[in-house]
Design a protein around this ligand. Sequence first.
Ligand code: TXA
Ligand code: MG
Length: 340
Amino acid sequence: MDTIIYQSNEVPAAAAQIRAGQLVAFPTETVYGLGADATNDRAVSHVYEAKGRPSDNPLIVHVADVETVEKFATPLSDSVKALMKHFWPGPLTIILPLKPGALSKTVTGGLTTAAFRMPDNQKTLELIRTAGVPLVGPSANTSGKPSPTLAQHVYHDLKGKIAGILDDGPTRFGVESTVIDMSVAMPTILRPGAVTVEALEAVIGPVKADHHHVSKDETPKAPGMKYKHYAPRAQVEIVDDPADFAAGVNQASAQADTVGLMATDEVLSQLSLPANVEAFSLGTDIASASHLLFAGLRHFDLESNVSLILAQGFEPRGLGAAYMNRLDKSAGGMHFNSEQ
Ligand code: TXA
Ligand code: MG
């Protein structure tokens, strides 16, 4: 199958593909999603096949209005309505209990709840409205690889497997949405994202954070949490103290392998790099670092043959919580040791 790149003025053609049961990747403010008609079971099962995604890992249902959520979910509580009012469209995914049989178990992975989100991207909202159906949308990467922040990343992973990609340039945030479970008594964050705990608590009061690392045998609340994620070919190690990059460069210069560095301009400007060390800038701060994290991991995967990537750690607060959650997964929990 040829994968068509739709420009942002070609929404009607992309919507026609969705209606025909085809897969079309779509832009959002976080990462690109792999879209299919959420009410078409065959189309949804093709999403799992194209990504190589385990079928017990449920999908987010993307909507362009709250009424669509009300069709599928049990009556919305005041807190849920307040969240939608404050954060939609935007990077917040809300888990809600479903009316029995409202969505197929291909979408929900057999759970009695489903995840809903209204993305903040005009082209995708237009795509949903024109297609006239909600879209399932996992991140549009091969399962286990870093999420795509450019249409080109999607093309690299899924060309020949999907009908099209609606290209709207680079995504704004670069890390996926915050996932909050509102189907339980105490609202619980299952995945940190650009909507922070502090912002959520300002709207609905106390919120629990439950996104610790889940081992393989545990049953995680968000099934996606148990799989290794965001992993490039190279080993990734987190550099907790930026001052340790100097030791990292030193260790690298004593060996033959090529090493990649991911750090802010400020950190990089203080290093002199030997020939076998390549740098990728994370920009100036945690906002640019979150925006560039996945692109950097992919850069080293595709455009160089580094065996080790040393990536800068940030304070796990605010947007830093989302950044460190993703970096920790791509590193498999490994931290750089400056004394080896
Ligand atoms: O920013 C985003 O959320 C992107 C864009 C494309 O919208 N989407 C995305 O989807 O990251 P995905 O499938 O890669 O991640 C969805 C996460 C997974 O960890 C999944 O297990 C969890 O949400 N999830 C989905 N439905 C759930 C449910 N009913 N209960 C608990 N967790 C659920
Ligand atoms: Mg994903």
